[in-house]
Write a protein that binds this ligand. Structure first.
Ligand code: TYM
Length: 320
């Protein structure tokens, strides 16, 4: 069986974008692959953060991943497995300065800040290490991670070429439909944990009333015709995408007489999708010791697997 890995940065509350773009595809991969998923708390340190907030969001994200149905996967917290940072250094010694600076996410995020943490630049080396550490072949991610995945492949190939076959070269898995869920109040920008607007972002833990309000107030496009056309009708297409992804109905089969009718159904479908996740989140939160036990057991498994790969990489690159 193939191995799958992906991770989620606890820089804020997880969103519907995270869910449709990566979590749901990750849940589905459990049927065909050996799956490991992490909360990337080390990646959350690449921008300004609050320690107590980070700890809380890390735990919340881990609980949410399990609540979303990743309970057949090895869910753990990245920083609990030191092999990630050990391998990340070897990746920094494989990557070039220029290819890090070329990353769209680095350019966007660094432009928006006065002081840029050095780790924001080296971020893709750590991400490559995450993936290579698990010998993952499949990496379920949204569209915004495409470039990071390509760099990971380049680094794996370069290392293998220079030092001998060491790493498995991974492949990104993007959902057909919801690879880029857009902000409800600005459908030309991505729905995001930290970058988007609160009014335009559906969080997985939003109350049903808040979910419905946000979707009913979504910015739509000029005209009245409901059709899936992300270029000319970004707002309507975003709602159609959410509805289709939440119900499993093909987007072509959705036909609506008005924007209002579409919003009503989309709001309903999203709220219904989140209800069981929130129920399960409450159950899991009621037993913190059990959550600790699950995360520790999976971290130990990840450490064991990771040690073997780090060892191979150390030997290949010439460390004693
Ligand atoms: P992060 O935490 O920003 O997002 C987690 C996952 O959610 C996807 N995603 C979206 N998909 C569709 N529409 C959206 N609006 C949307 N917003 C987010 C992301 O593409 C991602 O798949 N660098 C990664 C975390 C990471 C990682 C890894 C991923 C660290 N190590 C190893 C894969 C493998 C990140 O910042 O994702």
């Amino acid at each position: 069986t193939k191995r799958a890995f992906s991770a989620f940065k606890p820089t804020g509350h997880l969103t519907l974008g995270n869910y449709l773009g990566a979590i749901l595809p990750a849940v589905r991969l459990q049927d065909e692959a050996d799956c490991v998923y992490a909360v990337a708390d080390l990646h959350a340190l690449t921008i300004r953060h609050d320690p107590a907030e980070l700890r809380a969001r890390t735990r919340e994200a881990a609980t949410l991943l399990l609540a979303c149905g990743l309970d057949r996967s090895g869910v753990y917290v990245q920083s609990r497995v030191p092999a990630h940072t050990e391998l990340a250094y070897l990746m920094e010694c494989t990557a070039h300065d220029g290819e890090m600076r070329r990353m769209i996410q680095f350019k966007e995020k660094s432009a928006a800040q006065e002081e840029v943490r050095l780790s924001l630049l080296t971020y893709p080396a750590l991400m490559a290490a995450d993936i290579l550490l698990h010998r993952a072949e499949l990496v379920p991610v949204g569209e915004d991670q495409r470039q990071h995945l390509e760099l990971t492949r380049d680094l794996a190939l370069r290392f293998n070429h220079r030092y001998g076959e060491t790493f498995t070269v991974p492949q990104a898995v993007h959902p057909r439909l919801a690879a880029r869920v857009m902000d409800l109040s600005d459908p030309t920008s991505k729905m995001g944990k930290s970058e988007g607007s609160t009014a335009g972002t559906v969080y997985l833990l939003d109350e049903p009333a808040a979910v419905k309000r946000k979707i009913m107030r979504a910015v739509t496009d000029s005209g009245t015709e409901v059709r899936h056309d992300p270029e000319r009708k970004p707002g309507v297409s975003n709602l159609l995408t959410m509805l289709a992804a939440c119900t499993g109905r093909p987007v072509e089969s959705l036909s609506y007489p008005s924007y209002g009718a579409l919003k009503k159904d989309a709001a309903e479908a999203v709220a219904e999708t989140l209800a069981p996740v929130q129920r399960r989140f409450a159950e899991l939160s009621a037993d913190p010791a059990e959550l600790d036990r699950i995360l520790s057991a999976h971290a130990a498994q990840a450490a064991e697997r990771g040690a073997e790969v780090v060892d191979a990489a150390r030997r290949a690159i010439g460390l004693a």
